[in-house]
Design a protein around this ligand. Sequence first.
Ligand code: TMP
Length: 222
Amino acid sequence: MPRGLFITLEGLDGSGKTTQIKRLAAWMGKRGLPVVQTRQPGGTATGDRIREILLDARSGALAPMAEMALMFADRAQAIAEVILPALDSGKIVLCDRFTDSTEAYQGGGRELGSDAVLALHRLICGDLQPDLTLLLLPSFAASLSRARRRNHRFEEQTGKNEGRFEEEQDAFFLRVWQKYREIAAREPERVVLIEGDLTIDDVHEQIVEAVAERLVLADQSA
Ligand code: TMP
């Protein structure tokens, strides 16, 4: 059975990933492509429980190493339960965030460094690499204000504050932003960088172009 295609979406909070992943899944669905959509943290029953701990503002005192370990615990479960079975049966996996997020947020934002993240990735994730990563980087200010507005709305509606990350200072997000750019520069073959304050349609168009290219490549090597 041919291996499927593993596509990840990355970006700062408020970068529009969630909207874009939905549109991409719909685009694939219309073409009859077999898609499995998931997200990290979350996407499995265990992962959803880990996600709650990670995002809850009451977990404020979580040590950076504990935070990173939980991200990898969630990922190990998702790989075993969702990602590898789907890839092994030839499906396309669309994953909202993967190890690049850990490198950007824990490696960059929390200053744990790339080496620690990449070493854990090799050990825990068997160094599984996406075939394509779409990195959305609209302007820093636009991303952050959108993420914080959304979190306030969610808190007003549900009484829950899931904004442990959104409550970080701008300096934290600047380090995340820089680390994402570093990853894109290091791995230009895998990472397609979509920058600037583009319309939703324009971003979708660029995403579809990059994905279509990979689908042709995958088809040729099958
Ligand atoms: P989401 O809102 O895009 O689902 O992401 C949840 C938050 O978790 C977001 O602020 C980024 C953060 N995160 C990390 O810090 N490290 C990781 O490895 C992942 C997957 C997410």
